[in-house]
Design a protein around this ligand. Sequence first.
Ligand code: ADP
Ligand code: MG
Length: 346
Amino acid sequence: MKNSIFKPMLVIPAALFFLQACSSKPKEYGKAELTFGTVCYVKIYTEKNGAEARNILDGLFSELNRLELIFSTNMQDSVLEKIHINAGKSAVDVPDELYGVLEKALFFAEKTGGAFNPAIGPLVKLWNIGTEDACLPPAEDLKEALNIVDYKNIELKDGTVFLRKKGMRLDLGGIAKGFAADYTKSFLLTCGIKKAVIDFGGNVLVMDTKPDGSLWKVGLKNPVIGEPKSAAAYIDVSGKTVVTSGNYERFFEKEGVIYHHILSAQTGYPVKNNLRAVTVIGENSMEADALSTSFFVMGLEKSLQLIKDFPEVSAVFFLEDNSIFTAGAEVKNLNILDDKFRLERF
Ligand code: ADP
Ligand code: MG
């Protein structure tokens, strides 16, 4: 884990969790492993026998481990590391999975005016938030890193990736878990599994309805730092992904200031606005992952503009003053459990 791009966390993740009970038929089988820098938990519901179900889950996790090796920034022989070593020198052939995720990441970088930035790697490395090495970097170092975080210097061409400036580093921590969740869904469908819960630490995807035909209840964690991480709300969904980005899971505190892991490529510092967390509900987990990070960086007003371009996406914004703002059709199924939070209508 120490070598993973998706840095080991100080706090065990799962920004979301499930409140559902399971019905007796078909049977439930689950598996959890530490991969993609977080606890990845998959539960499947099937009438297949135990040996078949375990085979499917084992096969899935060996695929996830293969993918982690592609997306890892720190594992010495990862594809991303090879791209970094060749930054400013030459283009590197990459697997289709990485090329596809980078294309999407650049789409979101353009769409958000660089708020979502897959070239944020040099800053992520300086801060190391979420690891034991987290620290407040010297201002000069941050200033220097700002020269090599322009996503426009990422060149994708015919299955190759070229970083135009030496020292550039990719970071896909804001999108790769979503990709992995979508990948898991496709893998399970290929194996004949139609109902499942995929929980990759804050990236949840539910397939279909619960076995009894009712909706899944996906919990949204209380995002207030220092308070127990019980559910502040839950949302009833079927066949949807529910993804949260917030400042309350990976952070450190120094002299009363919270430094968290979502960074501004403009300032070099953790993004500062009045948000605690943003949850995005949609069809595609990679898109929801990129959008939740983007919305967190952009703040409420700009996000409410951008979300209009994604008609199938809904969002829940938790503000510092405990107000909650929502957008999109799916939020009609939002239920607030903790009455300190106020749902604002606008
Ligand atoms: P989490 O990974 O905790 O679920 P996010 O999906 O919001 O949360 O991703 C945060 C991660 O994205 C950071 O840990 C870092 O790896 C990366 N990141 C940080 N700032 C940005 C940014 N401005 N744009 C894109 N990715 C970022
Ligand atoms: Mg994200």
